[in-house]
Design a protein around this ligand. Sequence first.
Ligand code: UD1
Length: 350
Amino acid sequence: MQLKKNTISNSKILVTGGLGYIGSHTSVELIQQGFEVIIVDDLSNSSPSVLEGIKKIIDYPITFIELDLKDKNSVKDLFELNPDISGVIHFAASKAVGESRIKPIEYYENNLVSLINLLKEIDKKGDSFPFIFSSSCTVYGQADQLPINELAPIKKAESPYGNTKQVGEEILFDALIANKCLRVVSLRYFNPIGAHPSGEIGELPNGKPQNLVPFITQTAAGIHKKLSVFGNDYPTIDGTCIRDYIHIVDLAKAHVIALRHITLKNQVKSFEVFNIGTGKGSTVLEVIKTFEKISGQSLNYEISPRRKGDITAAYADTRKANKVLGWEAELSLEEALISAWKWEKKIREL
Ligand code: UD1
């Protein structure tokens, strides 16, 4: 594989949570774009096998450090031993909405203490320092207007998980005011789905998946008898909720482009927010139909009651990311579902 030569000097990028779903795909894109990457991950919700998958795709040495970012001394050592870290993409966080309601303190501790420990070390840096934060469209709740742009008001979080994303952005904003070198981009993801087209990395849900697409592929693979469609009485075209499903590879690429954008930007410190989605909404039934089409099999599903906390519809206004970053999603829902199904079949050895 041909690696691109990176034009940005001193570009050793720390990818926290780099063995997770979004982190692993972003690490691949970074390395393919010529960045040097240090992956840290505490393996709490990921597997060392992901590292093997990444290596199969890029065939290039990667530094991996097993590290718990909640441990401030470990974070201090990490930065002292790697003084050439010149940017951070921060994925490491707990992300299960339902679990966050059961273990709120653990969620606040994991998601916020890790961020604070990183910022303490970054604060010691003298030069402009890019930091990409993994945020979520969950911060908008049910937006008053669709598509959702970055100026839509932040609504009260529906869960401790969602609140950690809101508070995380606030912490970064306050840190930036006081810090002389921080450049922050917060990417508010819509619904990432799919897997790397190579079939070497993909989503590995911990236990029973809560998200739609892994539940669909696991049902098709025979792991679950049927999929529950949570509600068909929403005010949408077919009564099911609308979301903006973005291919994980498009999402990963947005990080690399955002990193280049802030690194090259002629500004000492900045805080920018971008919605990262396709701009197109699909209902749950449309996703199911598309999956049936690409897989050639019919999916066993039933209509169930609404899920608590679900919003009717969310899809992104991506014009800011298109214009300012020069990024746009290129892959379709079909391509995303093809890759998700390929990945599911691979891990189930079907
Ligand atoms: C969920 C989280 C959100 C998080 C995002 C990460 C909730 C309420 N929201 O978003 O905070 O940022 O994941 O990806 O958990 N669905 C079914 N049956 C299922 C699973 C889902 O019908 O078994 C439906 C849901 O009702 C929803 C759609 O599919 O309408 C998408 O659900 P999901 O994949 O969980 O994503 P979100 O709810 O958008």
